[in-house]
Design a protein around this ligand. Structure first.
Ligand SMILES: [Fe+2]
Ligand SMILES: [Fe+2]
Length: 220
């Protein structure tokens, strides 16, 4: 049940920040959505809209720049329509250096090529937005606020059917680092259960957000 305090906070959040719909009606958002609606299948497009709504809502709770979060969310899967072959060709065209694990995992490449697409197609130069696109699959130990919000929203948007999505959404409003930690934990668990390769950045994300990390420091 919503308490009067929660209702008051929600009212302030609703009135003092732009709404998801308003953000989607910005000229840059319209341009990106026009592109995505031609390139992505309807299910993927629904996912992107849902990530945008989830990330913008969380941005309000964490006092983030909603304009940046909006664009980062809309762009995070901008290269998701590309086949593995197209992604590897784009990696070559953009002269991107892949690490040994990225070379073997085409599923990671849309985040890397997506950064180049955002710059080339939409003239996005904001480093927070580009970092969020780049990190949305593996995470990174040094993610900024925008990147953390997209990492969490991508995993936990309401169209995601696994039970962990709801748990992460619930904790994300109160404690974003805990939410990032759980996302990394769930991804690592899934990959272990399915004999998948774990990118080191996912492990770094998990370790860097460990609650009470201090208790693991050696005692002097
Ligand atoms: Fe993605
Ligand atoms: Fe996504």
């Amino acid at each position: 049940m919503l308490t009067s305090k929660t209702l008051a906070v929600n009212e302030i959040l609703e009135t003092s920040f732009p709404k998801s719909d308003d953000l989607r009606n910005q000229p840059k958002s319209i341009e990106i959505l026009h592109y995505l609606s031609k390139k992505l299948d309807p299910e993927r497009l629904d996912h992107v809209i849902s990530v945008q709504e989830t990330a913008v809502k969380l941005a309000r709770y964490h006092n983030a720049d909603v304009w940046k979060v909006n664009l980062a969310a809309l762009l995070h899967d901008v290269a998701k329509w590309m086949s593995d072959d197209q992604l590897y060709k784009a990696v070559s065209r953009f002269e991107i250096e892949l690490d040994p694990i990225e070379k073997t995992m085409p599923a990671l490449l849309h985040a890397i090529v997506g950064v180049k697409n955002a710059i080339e197609l939409f003239k996005v130069t904001d480093l927070d937005i580009l970092e969020a696109i780049r990190c949305h699959t593996t995470g990174n130990a040094s993610m900024g606020l925008t990147a953390k919000l997209i990492y969490v929203a991508d995993f936990a948007e309401p169209n995601r059917l696994y039970k962990e999505a709801k748990q992460v959404r619930q904790v994300a409003e109160e404690d974003l680092n805990q939410a990032v930690h759980w996302v990394a934990q769930h991804k690592i668990g899934f990959l272990l259960q399915n004999d998948g390769i774990i990118h080191p950045n996912t492990i770094h994300t998990y370790n860097s957000t460990f609650p009470n990390l201090d208790r693991y420091k050696p005692k002097r």
